[in-house]
Design a protein around this ligand. Structure first.
Ligand code: AKG
Ligand code: FE2
Length: 367
């Protein structure tokens, strides 16, 4: 088993790890060290080289949703796609989205812009360094140094892009591309949420209304995974679930995402120009556990730099989302599995030094 992430902070670690932590600016800087053939011990996430292995699924195993059919004028096509969407969220918590209408050019430009951002001189990126999750623009490495025991093989840029759009003003032109991209993923997500509402037997705008999605919290999270000399021992991002409703992910076709399904890890090889979509904690809450927030992780390789961009779309920060009453039946069926909690408070638990997950809102089951 990989060591669990604990709340041991870097500040309270040993002198050696403190020294390493202060030296640690980014994984990119580390891999630029001449002659690096092994990873520093605090990046060694696993002692078991098979830990990050995943199965390669059969070609037709993963659910594929054709967005153009979801928005089709043909009611038959639309209702069939809504059923497929419901099944994908229920069985996998994950699907590939094709024919979504976001241009290939825009997807390429936003990946290119992210690459150029990570290629900026380290002093320029450090201008955005910070640990506060509410900092609108944040560059960093690992997951969050405050709570990590082991360092993760990734650098990140996390930006709050909705309800207010923030963005770094460099590299030139990146902000404009990102603005267009974030608007597009929001439009696609809005349509998906309509389809998901219908699939759950709710009125089409139920999720949008209940989550106050028009003022929803949206992030632009770019991840950089440089080549790693010992990829089987390190991890890009360990197993986690996303907090939001839906996350739309793109990558530069290198591969590294794994998702958990029936207790097994599967490698996800995304279809070019598609979105990889996964359900987050707040869809699990809203659907009263009918959909599961799927556990996933990012593994690394020793040959190519991988870049992924995750776009998590969440409820409004001031909104407490609970299970839809239509999906709760206390007497004969499924009682409420989760209690409502304001999305802001849910995320704030990260700041308190505790990993934030569904356990905080689970209704205790009487013995
Ligand atoms: O890079 C990936 O494939 C996964 C990224 C991810 O899970 C995240 O940013 O939450
Ligand atoms: Fe994630």
């Amino acid at each position: 088993m990989a060591p669990a992430t604990t709340s041991l902070s870097v500040e309270t670690s040993t002198d050696t790890s403190r020294a390493n932590a202060t030296k640690r600016v980014s994984v990119k800087t580390l891999v630029e060290t001449p002659g690096l053939t092994s990873i520093p011990s605090n990046y060694s996430y696993s002692t078991n080289p098979n830990e990050s292995a995943g199965s390669n699924p059969d070609e037709d195993t993963f659910p594929i949703i054709d967005f153009s059919l979801l928005t089709s004028d043909d009611p038959h096509q639309r209702s069939k796609t809504i059923q497929d969407l419901d099944r994908a969220c229920r069985d996998w918590g994950f699907f590939m989205l094709v024919n979504h209408g976001v241009s290939e050019r825009l997807m390429k430009e936003v990946l290119e812009g992210s690459k150029e951002f990570f290629n900026l001189p380290v002093e320029e990126k450090m201008e955005f360094a910070g640990r506060d999750i509410w900092q609108p623009i944040r560059f960093g490495t690992g997951v969050d140094v405050k709570f990590e025991k082991f360092f993760f093989w990734r650098d990140f840029l996390k930006v709050i892009v909705h309800p207010q759009f923030h963005f770094p003003n460099k590299p030139k032109g990146f902000s404009e591309v990102a603005r267009e991209y974030c608007k597009s993923t929001r439009e696609v997500t809005t349509e998906l949420l309509k389809g998901i509402s219908k699939g759950l037997g709710l009125e089409e705008c139920y999720i949008e209304k209940e989550t106050n999605f028009d003022t929803g919290f949206q992030l632009f999270a770019a991840n950089l995974y440089p080549p790693c000399p010992q990829p089987e021992l390190a991890i890009g991002i360990p197993a986690h679930t996303d907090h939001s409703l839906l996350t739309l992910l793109i990558e530069n076709e290198i591969g590294g995402l794994q998702i958990q399904h029936n207790g097994e890890w599967f490698n996800v090889n995304s279809i070019p120009n598609s979105f990889v979509v996964n359900t987050g904690d707040h869809l699990e809450i809203l659907s009263n556990g009918r959909y599961k927030s799927v556990s996933h992780r990012a593994v690394v390789n020793n040959t190519a730099t991988r870049i992924s961009i995750a776009a998590p779309h969440g409820p409004s920060l001031e909104t407490a989302v609970g299970p839809a009453p239509e999906l709760v039946d206390g007497e004969t069926g499924r009682p409420a599995v989760y209690m409502p909690m304001k999305f802001k408070d849910y995320l704030e638990r990260l700041l308190e030094g505790r990993p934030c997950n569904l356990d905080h809102v689970r209704v205790p089951v009487a013995e």
